[in-house]
Design a protein around this ligand. Structure first.
Ligand code: GDP
Ligand code: IMO
Ligand code: MG
Length: 435
């Protein structure tokens, strides 16, 4: 039995979906343990592109059980639409399983997300407007509605009545928005629940049986560790824990996890507001945004772009216990004369190598860079590290050293075939050219 977590080490969109799809070949079960349809995970296979929002990235492979764990927040409307989209693309959803304890996102969460963002004005978080924060707020505040509640007509009616009364007070009196209609929400969402009913089980039971049976379990994080509610750039974060949320969010013990695969791009991107010390709001940023097609899957916003930040990656390694690195999008850097990696910050005249908690301190941090000569050759067909130009090899090698992690895979393009394996995380065997 093996338990492997895939988690993003930056601010999201590192290519977790692609790596999860890749590693799911040797997994029996793939589980999402946090987040909701704020995630947008891209997989390219045989010339076809799939964008997954809530469904785990193992779904493209037949016979993999795909679990939506108790730790996620689930929008039944968008999940039904995602299932329909995948069906139409010829993907089987028969192996999907939804936790009966997963909390659901309702229209008042989305209305409140938008209203709160407007209210924050200049301090807005730049959320995806999918109701994620308000849904997790209700969970913590103990007024949330879970999948099991949605399936019970009386329970759903009672909880929705109580919740909507209060949410409509907030929407109309505080935020000066229109009230939402009970009957419309009830009939629409009860019907979604009926459509999803066949997938709903106690997923913690299922996962624990699989552990007893010696199965290989893969867990797919959403967002990235710098967006983690505890360990990210608070308050410019999401409302869940990609870093360590797997045990709580899947209902398994921590001893079931033996590998944490950290995914990073060879540079950095971020959508939404908040600190980003290595951001390049110049022609370098524009170049990488174009080369990497850096526009949000969910909101289509242009992503903010910057140099790779080893302080961020080391912070993520520590708080999530990352054991190996998957480095994506090295090809996007092709064509640059010089490439930089931030190796430390200067803060008030001192060199620091940790990520400060205070936003004021982060704003005062100046990145200290190491510079590397770039490469001009097309690397998108590389099959091994030694196929890369020497300058690219040196860059990749230095990242592994700075981050103190062995490289499990590196990627030179978005396709499944463009991910090169250096270390088999399931068998723990080192393959060709491992560094
Ligand atoms: P996720 O949210 O972490 O799953 O990542 P996204 O799918 O939101 O964003 C990653 C983007 O980078 C997608 O458009 C991928 O197709 C693309 N991508 C992933 N790996 C590579 C790579 O090695 N090279 C290039 N050029 N693009 C990549
Ligand atoms: P994947 O899984 C990138 C960002 C939003 C915003 C902050 C809070 O594709 O990597 P939220 O709607 O969660 O309350 O927004 O988090 N954000 C993401 N950024 N990739 C994501 O998911 C994200 N999910 C949320 O832009 O800054
Ligand atoms: Mg994404």
């Amino acid at each position: 039995m093996s338990g492997t977590v895939v988690v993003g080490m930056q601010w999201g969109d590192e290519g977790k979906g692609k790596i999860t799809d890749f590693l799911s070949r040797d997994a029996d079960i793939v589980t999402r343990y946090q987040g909701g349809d704020n995630a947008g995970h891209t997989i390219k296979e045989n010339g076809q592109t799939y964008h997954l929002r809530t469904i785990p990235s193992g779904i493209l492979r037949a016979n993999k059980t795909c679990v939506l764990g108790n730790g996620i927040v689930l929008n039944p409307k968008s999940l039904v639409a995602e299932i329909t989209r995948l069906h139409e693309a010829g993907v089987s959803i028969d192996n999907l399983v939804i936790s009966d304890r997963a909390h659901i996102i309702l229209p008042y969460h989305i209305a409140l997300d938008q209203a709160q963002e407007n209210y924050r004005h200049d301090n807005k978080i730049g959320t995806t407007n999918r109701g994620i924060g308000p849904a997790y707020t209700d969970k913590a505040e103990r007024s949330g509605i879970r999948m099991v509640d949605l399936l019970d007509k009386d329970v759903f009616a009672k909880k929705l009545t109580i919740n909507l009364k209060f949410k409509n007070e907030l929407l109309t009196k505080i935020y000066h928005q229109d009230a939402l209609d009970y009957d419309t929400i009830f009939s629409e969402f009860f019907e979604y629940g009926q459509q999803l009913k066949k997938y709903v089980v106690d997923s913690s039971e299922l996962l624990n049986h699989a552990i007893e049976d010696g199965k290989n379990l893969l867990f797919e994080g959403a967002q990235g560790i710098m967006l983690d509610l505890d360990h990210g750039t608070y308050p410019y974060v999401t409302s869940s824990n990609p870093a360590g949320g797997v045990s709580v969010g899947a209902g398994i013990g921590p001893q079931a996890i033996n590998h944490v695969v950290g995914v990073a791009k060879a540079y950095t991107s971020r959508v939404g507001d908040g600190p980003f010390p290595t951001e390049q709001t110049n022609e370098i940023g524009d170049y990488l945004r174009d080369a990497g097609h850096e526009y949000g899957v969910v909101t289509k916003r242009p992503r903010r772009i910057g140099w790779l930040d080893a302080v961020v990656l080391n912070h993520s390694r520590k708080v999530a216990g990352v054991t190996e690195l998957c480095l994506n999008s090295i090809d996007v850097l092709t064509g640059l004369e010089t490439i930089k990696i931030c190796v430390a910050y200067e803060l008030h005249g001192q060199r620091i190598d940790y990520y400060p908690a205070s936003l004021k301190d982060i704003a005062d941090c100046t990145p200290i860079y190491e510079e590397f000569p770039g490469w001009q050759e097309d690397i998108t067909h590389a099959q091994n590290l030694i196929d890369l130009p020497e300058n690219a090899q040196r860059y990749v090698q230095r990242i592994s050293e700075l981050v103190k992690l062995p490289l499990a895979t590196f990627s030179v393009g978005p396709d499944r075939e463009q991910t090169i394996v250096l270390k088999d995380v399931w068998k723990q065997s080192v393959l060709n050219g491992h560094i």
